[in-house]
Design a protein around this ligand. Structure first.
Ligand code: CP
Ligand code: NVA
Length: 306
């Protein structure tokens, strides 16, 4: 890992370092508003090339609660939108701020930003991965069901950026992941191979029932992602909807997770979203706590605890 503490993907970490961030996030959540403010005087630039509710607001609030401040930016408000290069932008912004969050539909752009920046760069979602979300998801599962190591998670739907990040998490946090998806929307084979080479138990199947059998948690995500064409044909995803019948195939105490935003009636029914086993709003809240852990890991690691 480079000297600058970038948070670009779960695959760049040793498992114990990710565990340290999740446990630190949990401690920060318990401390609430009485927690220390280790980021006094520090500034986070947040560049959102695409819309965001959770990521943008939770990073802003996290910086405020840790004593710093955040500047939300859109490319059209910056010279980036008129052709200034991402690397020149990185070198300039690094002279002003202490860390940068980027949401982009080009993972390569994220890597280019990180290569040129002298301050930590945080992945706020790309076409390939969404690691901030997964740390919030690990925190959420463990709050509801205890240690995730050794448990079984079923993913139904598109093999998208969230699926890829769940695959990386399976390797790093030691759970079995079964992905039920149509073959043409299977997750990135390189990511699956990466996880399997680290001993992860990953199953990719077009049989939704097989993916769901006795799972401790069922996860899905929108069928049309930010990086997809809006006219994407979702017909072949219909057998992978998370509805009451799908949840009945999972373990009796299975929870339901979704990073949100959800398209109710498409990848998930209203009934599942509103059921007592749905923890989707806890997940959304935990973005705040998980990202406090990430911000401290990047900007003030001694404040994160061991
Ligand atoms: N889950 C998530 O990243 O949501 P936003 O797109 O609202 O940030
Ligand atoms: N797969 C979704 C996740 C949104 C948080 C997307 O990329 O739009």
């Amino acid at each position: 890992m480079s000297k600058v503490r970038h948070f670009l993907g779960l695959d760049a970490f040793e498992p114990d370092e990710l565990r340290r961030i999740v446990d630190g996030a949990s401690a920060l959540k318990r401390a609430g508003r009485s927690a220390a403010r280790p980021l006094v005087g520090q500034t986070l630039a947040m560049i959102f090339e695409q819309p965001s509710t959770r990521t943008r607001i939770s990073f802003d609030v996290a910086m405020t609660q840790l004593g710093g401040r955040a500047i939300p930016l859109a490319p059209h408000e910056m010279q980036l939108g008129r052709g200034e290069t991402i690397s020149d932008t990185a070198r300039v912004i690094s002279r002003y701020v202490d860390a940068i969050v980027l949401r982009t539909d080009s993972h390569d752009a994220l890597e280019n930003l990180a290569a040129a920046a002298n301050v930590p760069v945080i992945n706020g979602l790309t076409d390939r991965t969404h690691p901030c979300q997964l740390l919030a998801d690990m925190l959420t599962f463990e709050e509801h069901r205890g240690a995730i190591a050794g448990r079984t998670i079923a993913w139904l739907g598109d093999g998208n950026n969230m699926a890829a990040t769940w695959i990386q998490a399976a390797a790093q946090f030691g759970f079995e992941l079964r992905i039920g998806c149509p073959p043409e929307l299977a997750p990135d084979a390189e990511v699956v191979a990466w996880a399997q080479a680290r001993g992860a138990h990953i199953v990719v199947t077009d049989d939704a029932a097989a993916a769901l059998a006795d799972a401790d948690c069922v996860v899905t995500d929108t069928w049309v992602s930010l990086a997809d064409d809006s006219d994407k044909n979702v017909d072949h995803l219909r057998p992978y909807q998370v509805n009451e019948a799908a949840m009945a195939r999972a373990a009796p105490d299975a929870i339901f997770m979704h990073c949100l935003p959800a398209k109710r009636g498409q990848e998930v029914t209203d009934g599942v979203m509103e059921a007592p086993f749905s923890v989707v709003f806890d997940e959304a809240e935990n973005r705040l706590h998980a990202q406090k852990g990430i911000l401290l890991w990047c900007m003030a690691p001694d404040a994160l605890g061991r």
